[in-house]
Design a protein around this ligand. Structure first.
Ligand code: NAD
Ligand code: LEU
Length: 364
Protein backbone atom coordinates (compact mmCIF):
# COMPACT_ATOMS: atom_id res chain seq x y z
CA UNK A 1 0.00 0.00 0.00
CA UNK A 2 2.71 2.51 1.03
CA UNK A 3 5.10 1.39 -1.71
CA UNK A 4 2.28 1.72 -4.22
CA UNK A 5 1.78 5.33 -3.11
CA UNK A 6 5.50 6.06 -3.27
CA UNK A 7 5.84 4.53 -6.70
CA UNK A 8 3.06 6.69 -8.15
CA UNK A 9 5.18 9.84 -8.02
CA UNK A 10 8.54 8.10 -7.72
CA UNK A 11 9.38 9.07 -4.13
CA UNK A 12 12.85 8.09 -2.96
CA UNK A 13 12.38 7.54 0.75
CA UNK A 14 9.93 7.74 3.63
CA UNK A 15 11.29 7.73 7.18
CA UNK A 16 9.27 7.16 10.36
CA UNK A 17 10.78 8.61 13.54
CA UNK A 18 9.53 7.54 16.98
CA UNK A 19 10.76 8.55 20.42
CA UNK A 20 8.67 7.35 23.35
CA UNK A 21 10.20 9.64 25.99
CA UNK A 22 9.51 12.89 24.17
CA UNK A 23 6.37 11.68 22.42
CA UNK A 24 7.94 12.32 19.00
CA UNK A 25 6.05 10.84 16.07
CA UNK A 26 7.45 12.27 12.87
CA UNK A 27 7.60 11.39 9.20
CA UNK A 28 10.29 12.62 6.82
CA UNK A 29 9.54 12.31 3.11
CA UNK A 30 12.30 12.64 0.53
CA UNK A 31 10.86 12.94 -2.94
CA UNK A 32 13.76 13.56 -5.31
CA UNK A 33 17.42 14.48 -4.83
CA UNK A 34 18.49 14.79 -8.47
CA UNK A 35 19.30 18.48 -8.08
CA UNK A 36 20.74 18.33 -4.54
CA UNK A 37 19.85 17.61 -0.91
CA UNK A 38 16.13 17.57 -0.14
CA UNK A 39 15.27 20.84 1.61
CA UNK A 40 11.81 21.42 3.06
CA UNK A 41 10.17 22.57 6.25
CA UNK A 42 8.82 20.63 9.22
CA UNK A 43 5.07 20.92 9.75
CA UNK A 44 3.56 20.25 13.20
CA UNK A 45 -0.13 19.50 12.99
CA UNK A 46 -2.90 17.61 14.77
CA UNK A 47 -3.51 15.07 12.00
CA UNK A 48 -6.72 13.07 12.31
CA UNK A 49 -4.82 9.84 11.67
CA UNK A 50 -1.44 8.53 10.53
CA UNK A 51 -2.54 8.13 6.92
CA UNK A 52 -3.35 11.87 6.75
CA UNK A 53 0.13 12.66 8.06
CA UNK A 54 1.79 10.39 5.48
CA UNK A 55 -0.23 11.88 2.64
CA UNK A 56 0.63 15.42 3.75
CA UNK A 57 4.35 14.63 4.04
CA UNK A 58 4.60 13.02 0.61
CA UNK A 59 2.48 15.60 -1.23
CA UNK A 60 4.38 18.48 0.36
CA UNK A 61 7.78 16.92 -0.34
CA UNK A 62 6.98 16.53 -4.03
CA UNK A 63 5.94 20.19 -4.17
CA UNK A 64 9.36 21.09 -2.73
CA UNK A 65 11.12 19.21 -5.57
CA UNK A 66 9.16 21.24 -8.09
CA UNK A 67 9.60 24.47 -6.11
CA UNK A 68 13.38 24.15 -6.04
CA UNK A 69 13.59 23.10 -9.68
CA UNK A 70 11.35 25.89 -11.00
CA UNK A 71 13.24 28.44 -8.87
CA UNK A 72 16.59 27.45 -10.35
CA UNK A 73 17.93 26.12 -7.02
CA UNK A 74 20.27 23.15 -6.74
CA UNK A 75 18.11 21.39 -4.19
CA UNK A 76 15.85 18.38 -4.09
CA UNK A 77 12.47 18.09 -2.42
CA UNK A 78 11.66 16.86 1.06
CA UNK A 79 9.33 17.65 3.91
CA UNK A 80 8.76 16.50 7.46
CA UNK A 81 5.64 16.36 9.58
CA UNK A 82 5.43 15.99 13.33
CA UNK A 83 2.14 14.61 14.57
CA UNK A 84 1.08 16.78 17.50
CA UNK A 85 -0.50 19.98 18.68
CA UNK A 86 1.93 22.89 18.20
CA UNK A 87 0.24 24.72 21.08
CA UNK A 88 0.61 21.89 23.59
CA UNK A 89 3.07 19.21 22.55
CA UNK A 90 6.34 21.06 21.93
CA UNK A 91 9.39 20.47 24.10
CA UNK A 92 13.17 20.72 23.89
CA UNK A 93 13.35 16.93 24.17
CA UNK A 94 11.01 16.43 21.22
CA UNK A 95 12.85 18.76 18.82
CA UNK A 96 16.27 17.50 19.87
CA UNK A 97 15.16 13.88 19.34
CA UNK A 98 13.89 14.92 15.91
CA UNK A 99 17.18 16.73 15.18
CA UNK A 100 19.07 13.49 15.78
CA UNK A 101 16.98 11.70 13.19
CA UNK A 102 17.78 14.47 10.69
CA UNK A 103 21.47 14.20 11.54
CA UNK A 104 21.25 10.47 10.88
CA UNK A 105 20.31 11.21 7.26
CA UNK A 106 23.70 12.86 6.86
CA UNK A 107 22.54 15.76 4.70
CA UNK A 108 20.08 13.97 2.43
CA UNK A 109 17.37 16.06 4.14
CA UNK A 110 17.68 19.64 5.46
CA UNK A 111 14.83 21.13 7.44
CA UNK A 112 13.32 24.60 8.11
CA UNK A 113 10.09 26.12 9.44
CA UNK A 114 6.63 25.30 8.18
CA UNK A 115 3.11 25.59 9.60
CA UNK A 116 3.23 24.98 13.36
CA UNK A 117 7.00 25.39 13.78
CA UNK A 118 9.14 28.48 14.30
CA UNK A 119 12.66 29.83 14.69
CA UNK A 120 12.90 28.70 18.35
CA UNK A 121 12.05 25.13 17.30
CA UNK A 122 14.73 25.25 14.58
CA UNK A 123 17.24 26.44 17.22
CA UNK A 124 16.46 23.32 19.27
CA UNK A 125 16.90 21.07 16.23
CA UNK A 126 20.17 22.90 15.59
CA UNK A 127 21.49 21.64 18.95
CA UNK A 128 21.68 18.20 17.34
CA UNK A 129 22.31 18.79 13.64
CA UNK A 130 23.73 21.31 11.21
CA UNK A 131 21.19 20.19 8.59
CA UNK A 132 18.67 22.85 9.58
CA UNK A 133 18.00 26.33 8.19
CA UNK A 134 15.80 29.20 9.36
CA UNK A 135 17.51 29.20 12.77
CA UNK A 136 18.05 32.45 14.69
CA UNK A 137 20.09 35.15 12.90
CA UNK A 138 22.57 34.89 15.79
CA UNK A 139 23.77 31.65 14.14
CA UNK A 140 24.38 33.48 10.85
CA UNK A 141 21.05 32.52 9.35
CA UNK A 142 18.29 34.51 7.66
CA UNK A 143 15.90 33.70 10.50
CA UNK A 144 12.20 33.01 9.95
CA UNK A 145 11.69 32.90 6.17
CA UNK A 146 8.01 34.01 6.25
CA UNK A 147 8.57 37.75 5.54
CA UNK A 148 10.69 36.80 2.53
CA UNK A 149 8.04 34.37 1.31
CA UNK A 150 5.57 37.25 1.59
CA UNK A 151 7.74 39.45 -0.61
CA UNK A 152 7.91 36.71 -3.23
CA UNK A 153 4.14 36.25 -3.17
CA UNK A 154 3.73 40.01 -3.59
CA UNK A 155 6.05 39.97 -6.62
CA UNK A 156 4.28 36.95 -8.11
CA UNK A 157 0.88 38.52 -7.53
CA UNK A 158 1.97 41.57 -9.50
CA UNK A 159 3.03 39.33 -12.40
CA UNK A 160 -0.36 37.60 -12.27
CA UNK A 161 -2.12 40.99 -12.20
CA UNK A 162 -0.23 42.00 -15.34
CA UNK A 163 -1.48 38.83 -17.04
CA UNK A 164 -5.09 39.34 -15.95
CA UNK A 165 -5.55 43.09 -15.99
CA UNK A 166 -2.84 44.34 -18.37
CA UNK A 167 -1.07 46.25 -15.56
CA UNK A 168 0.91 44.97 -12.60
CA UNK A 169 -0.29 47.75 -10.32
CA UNK A 170 -2.26 46.55 -7.32
CA UNK A 171 -3.41 50.04 -6.37
CA UNK A 172 -7.18 50.07 -5.92
CA UNK A 173 -7.44 46.31 -6.41
CA UNK A 174 -9.51 44.36 -3.88
CA UNK A 175 -7.66 41.34 -2.52
CA UNK A 176 -9.29 38.62 -0.40
CA UNK A 177 -6.72 36.98 1.86
CA UNK A 178 -7.50 33.62 3.47
CA UNK A 179 -5.41 33.13 6.62
CA UNK A 180 -3.40 36.06 7.93
CA UNK A 181 -0.59 34.22 9.70
CA UNK A 182 3.17 34.62 9.39
CA UNK A 183 3.33 35.02 5.61
CA UNK A 184 0.06 36.80 4.91
CA UNK A 185 0.49 39.40 7.66
CA UNK A 186 3.63 40.62 5.87
CA UNK A 187 1.98 40.23 2.47
CA UNK A 188 -0.86 42.48 3.65
CA UNK A 189 1.79 45.06 4.54
CA UNK A 190 3.10 45.18 0.95
CA UNK A 191 -0.42 45.24 -0.49
CA UNK A 192 -1.58 47.98 1.87
CA UNK A 193 1.49 50.04 1.03
CA UNK A 194 0.64 49.81 -2.67
CA UNK A 195 -2.94 50.98 -2.03
CA UNK A 196 -4.85 47.71 -2.34
CA UNK A 197 -8.12 47.12 -0.43
CA UNK A 198 -7.93 44.09 1.82
CA UNK A 199 -10.59 41.59 2.88
CA UNK A 200 -9.32 39.01 5.37
CA UNK A 201 -10.37 35.94 7.29
CA UNK A 202 -8.71 33.61 9.78
CA UNK A 203 -9.75 30.97 12.30
CA UNK A 204 -7.61 32.86 14.81
CA UNK A 205 -9.46 36.08 15.81
CA UNK A 206 -6.23 37.74 17.04
CA UNK A 207 -4.73 37.40 13.55
CA UNK A 208 -7.80 38.98 11.97
CA UNK A 209 -7.74 41.84 14.46
CA UNK A 210 -4.07 42.54 13.75
CA UNK A 211 -4.76 42.92 9.99
CA UNK A 212 -7.85 45.05 10.58
CA UNK A 213 -6.05 47.40 12.96
CA UNK A 214 -2.77 47.67 11.07
CA UNK A 215 -3.96 47.65 7.47
CA UNK A 216 -7.63 48.71 7.65
CA UNK A 217 -8.68 45.30 6.30
CA UNK A 218 -12.34 44.29 6.24
CA UNK A 219 -12.95 41.06 8.16
CA UNK A 220 -15.32 38.34 6.90
CA UNK A 221 -16.29 34.85 8.12
CA UNK A 222 -14.14 31.85 7.17
CA UNK A 223 -16.68 30.48 4.68
CA UNK A 224 -17.46 33.88 3.17
CA UNK A 225 -13.98 34.56 1.85
CA UNK A 226 -14.48 32.58 -1.39
CA UNK A 227 -17.52 34.52 -2.55
CA UNK A 228 -16.63 38.11 -1.67
CA UNK A 229 -16.41 40.63 -4.50
CA UNK A 230 -12.72 40.97 -5.22
CA UNK A 231 -10.11 41.04 -7.99
CA UNK A 232 -7.64 38.62 -6.44
CA UNK A 233 -8.15 35.62 -4.14
CA UNK A 234 -5.07 34.91 -2.04
CA UNK A 235 -5.09 31.53 -0.26
CA UNK A 236 -2.54 31.79 2.55
CA UNK A 237 -3.76 29.18 5.06
CA UNK A 238 -3.73 25.48 4.21
CA UNK A 239 -3.93 23.44 1.00
CA UNK A 240 -6.81 21.96 -1.00
CA UNK A 241 -8.92 25.14 -1.02
CA UNK A 242 -9.41 25.24 -4.79
CA UNK A 243 -12.01 22.51 -5.14
CA UNK A 244 -15.49 21.59 -6.41
CA UNK A 245 -17.20 23.55 -3.64
CA UNK A 246 -15.15 26.73 -3.78
CA UNK A 247 -14.58 27.24 -7.53
CA UNK A 248 -18.23 28.13 -8.30
CA UNK A 249 -18.15 30.74 -5.51
CA UNK A 250 -15.06 32.62 -6.69
CA UNK A 251 -15.56 36.10 -8.14
CA UNK A 252 -11.85 36.88 -8.40
CA UNK A 253 -10.05 36.89 -11.74
CA UNK A 254 -6.71 35.93 -10.16
CA UNK A 255 -5.65 33.30 -7.62
CA UNK A 256 -2.28 34.10 -6.07
CA UNK A 257 -1.34 33.10 -2.52
CA UNK A 258 1.26 31.43 -0.35
CA UNK A 259 -0.46 28.17 0.62
CA UNK A 260 1.14 24.93 -0.55
CA UNK A 261 -0.92 22.46 -2.64
CA UNK A 262 -3.80 24.88 -3.28
CA UNK A 263 -5.48 22.69 -5.92
CA UNK A 264 -7.32 19.82 -4.28
CA UNK A 265 -6.75 17.79 -7.45
CA UNK A 266 -5.16 18.59 -10.80
CA UNK A 267 -8.57 18.67 -12.46
CA UNK A 268 -9.34 21.76 -10.38
CA UNK A 269 -6.41 23.46 -12.10
CA UNK A 270 -7.96 22.50 -15.46
CA UNK A 271 -11.32 23.87 -14.35
CA UNK A 272 -10.07 27.30 -13.29
CA UNK A 273 -8.12 27.59 -16.55
CA UNK A 274 -11.31 26.77 -18.50
CA UNK A 275 -13.10 29.50 -16.57
CA UNK A 276 -10.39 31.97 -17.60
CA UNK A 277 -8.98 32.54 -14.11
CA UNK A 278 -5.31 33.45 -13.89
CA UNK A 279 -3.66 31.05 -11.43
CA UNK A 280 -0.13 31.73 -10.17
CA UNK A 281 1.05 28.16 -9.39
CA UNK A 282 1.55 27.76 -5.65
CA UNK A 283 5.06 26.37 -5.56
CA UNK A 284 6.36 29.04 -7.92
CA UNK A 285 4.83 32.05 -6.18
CA UNK A 286 5.64 30.85 -2.63
CA UNK A 287 9.30 29.97 -3.26
CA UNK A 288 10.66 33.06 -1.45
CA UNK A 289 11.17 31.25 1.85
CA UNK A 290 12.97 28.37 0.18
CA UNK A 291 15.18 30.78 -1.77
CA UNK A 292 15.99 32.57 1.48
CA UNK A 293 16.93 29.47 3.46
CA UNK A 294 18.84 28.05 0.47
CA UNK A 295 21.00 31.16 0.59
CA UNK A 296 22.08 30.16 4.11
CA UNK A 297 23.86 27.18 2.62
CA UNK A 298 26.15 29.65 0.77
CA UNK A 299 26.73 31.86 3.85
CA UNK A 300 23.68 34.06 4.26
CA UNK A 301 23.47 37.34 2.37
CA UNK A 302 20.10 39.08 2.68
CA UNK A 303 20.61 41.33 -0.33
CA UNK A 304 21.49 38.39 -2.59
CA UNK A 305 18.52 36.40 -1.30
CA UNK A 306 16.05 39.27 -1.87
CA UNK A 307 17.38 39.87 -5.40
CA UNK A 308 16.72 36.22 -6.22
CA UNK A 309 13.26 36.39 -4.64
CA UNK A 310 12.41 39.36 -6.86
CA UNK A 311 12.80 37.08 -9.88
CA UNK A 312 9.63 35.22 -8.88
CA UNK A 313 7.93 37.93 -10.96
CA UNK A 314 9.81 36.73 -14.06
CA UNK A 315 9.32 33.04 -13.29
CA UNK A 316 5.54 33.51 -12.99
CA UNK A 317 5.62 35.43 -16.27
CA UNK A 318 7.59 32.57 -17.87
CA UNK A 319 5.03 30.05 -16.64
CA UNK A 320 2.20 32.01 -18.29
CA UNK A 321 4.21 32.13 -21.52
CA UNK A 322 4.71 28.34 -21.50
CA UNK A 323 0.99 27.91 -20.78
CA UNK A 324 0.11 30.00 -23.83
CA UNK A 325 2.75 28.42 -26.05
CA UNK A 326 1.72 24.85 -25.21
CA UNK A 327 -2.01 25.61 -24.70
CA UNK A 328 -2.02 24.13 -21.20
CA UNK A 329 -3.19 25.35 -17.76
CA UNK A 330 -0.62 27.28 -15.73
CA UNK A 331 -0.18 24.54 -13.10
CA UNK A 332 0.94 22.16 -15.85
CA UNK A 333 3.18 24.82 -17.37
CA UNK A 334 4.95 25.17 -14.01
CA UNK A 335 5.38 21.37 -13.81
CA UNK A 336 6.83 21.41 -17.32
CA UNK A 337 9.34 24.12 -16.36
CA UNK A 338 10.46 22.14 -13.29
CA UNK A 339 10.54 18.73 -14.99
CA UNK A 340 12.52 20.03 -17.98
CA UNK A 341 15.17 21.42 -15.64
CA UNK A 342 15.47 18.19 -13.65
CA UNK A 343 15.71 16.16 -16.88
CA UNK A 344 18.34 18.46 -18.36
CA UNK A 345 20.50 18.28 -15.22
CA UNK A 346 20.21 14.48 -15.31
CA UNK A 347 21.38 14.51 -18.93
CA UNK A 348 24.30 16.81 -18.14
CA UNK A 349 25.58 14.22 -15.65
CA UNK A 350 26.03 11.47 -18.18
CA UNK A 351 29.80 11.62 -18.11
CA UNK A 352 31.76 9.58 -15.59
CA UNK A 353 33.20 11.38 -12.53
CA UNK A 354 35.55 9.64 -10.18
CA UNK A 355 34.31 9.95 -6.61
CA UNK A 356 35.78 8.59 -3.44
CA UNK A 357 33.49 5.57 -3.25
CA UNK A 358 34.24 4.28 -6.73
CA UNK A 359 35.85 0.91 -7.37
CA UNK A 360 38.78 2.67 -9.07
CA UNK A 361 39.66 4.25 -5.73
CA UNK A 362 40.22 0.92 -3.99
CA UNK A 363 43.71 0.48 -2.64
CA UNK A 364 44.62 4.16 -2.95
N1 NAD B 1 6.22 30.40 6.07
C1 NAD B 1 6.78 30.31 4.87
O1 NAD B 1 7.88 30.82 4.62
C2 NAD B 1 6.05 29.57 3.78
C3 NAD B 1 6.72 29.33 2.57
C4 NAD B 1 6.03 28.69 1.55
C5 NAD B 1 4.72 28.28 1.74
N2 NAD B 1 4.10 28.53 2.93
C6 NAD B 1 2.72 28.10 3.08
O2 NAD B 1 1.90 29.27 3.27
C7 NAD B 1 0.82 28.95 4.15
C8 NAD B 1 0.87 29.87 5.36
O3 NAD B 1 2.10 29.72 6.04
P1 NAD B 1 2.42 30.53 7.36
O4 NAD B 1 3.84 30.28 7.67
O5 NAD B 1 1.94 31.92 7.24
O6 NAD B 1 1.54 29.72 8.40
P2 NAD B 1 0.78 30.29 9.67
O7 NAD B 1 0.36 29.10 10.45
O8 NAD B 1 1.55 31.35 10.34
O9 NAD B 1 -0.50 30.98 9.02
C9 NAD B 1 -1.61 30.30 8.56
C10 NAD B 1 -2.82 31.06 9.04
O10 NAD B 1 -3.98 30.45 8.49
C11 NAD B 1 -4.96 30.36 9.49
N3 NAD B 1 -5.89 29.31 9.12
C12 NAD B 1 -5.76 27.96 9.23
N4 NAD B 1 -6.84 27.34 8.73
C13 NAD B 1 -7.66 28.31 8.28
C14 NAD B 1 -8.93 28.30 7.64
N5 NAD B 1 -9.58 27.17 7.37
N6 NAD B 1 -9.49 29.48 7.29
C15 NAD B 1 -8.84 30.64 7.56
N7 NAD B 1 -7.64 30.70 8.17
C16 NAD B 1 -7.07 29.56 8.53
C17 NAD B 1 -4.19 30.14 10.77
O11 NAD B 1 -4.94 30.51 11.91
C18 NAD B 1 -3.00 31.06 10.55
O12 NAD B 1 -3.23 32.36 11.01
C19 NAD B 1 1.00 27.46 4.48
O13 NAD B 1 0.26 26.70 3.57
C20 NAD B 1 2.48 27.21 4.26
O14 NAD B 1 2.77 25.87 3.95
C21 NAD B 1 4.73 29.15 3.94
C1 LEU C 1 11.14 27.74 3.97
C2 LEU C 1 10.86 26.46 3.28
C3 LEU C 1 12.03 25.56 3.35
C4 LEU C 1 9.66 25.80 3.84
C5 LEU C 1 8.38 26.49 3.52
N1 LEU C 1 7.42 26.21 4.52
C6 LEU C 1 7.88 26.08 2.14
O1 LEU C 1 6.91 25.37 2.03
O2 LEU C 1 8.41 26.49 1.15
Amino acid sequence: MIFEQLEKCDYEQLIFCQDKNSGLKAIIAIHDTTLGPALGGTRMWTYENEQQAIIDAIRLSRAMTYKAAASGLNLGGGKAVIIGDPNKDKSEELFRAFGRYIQGLNGRYITAEDVGTNEADMDLIHQETAFVTGVSPAFGSGGNPSPVTAYGVYRGMKAAALEAFGSDSLQGKTIAVQGVGNVAYHLCGYLHEEGANLIVTDINPAHVERAVEKYGAQAVGIDEIYSVNCDIFSPCALGGVINDETIPQLKAKVIAGSANNQLQENRHGDKIAELGLVYAPDYVINAGGLINVADELLGYNRERAMKKVETIYDTIHRVFKIAKRDQIPSYLAADRLAEERIASVKRSRNTFLLNERHLLNRGR
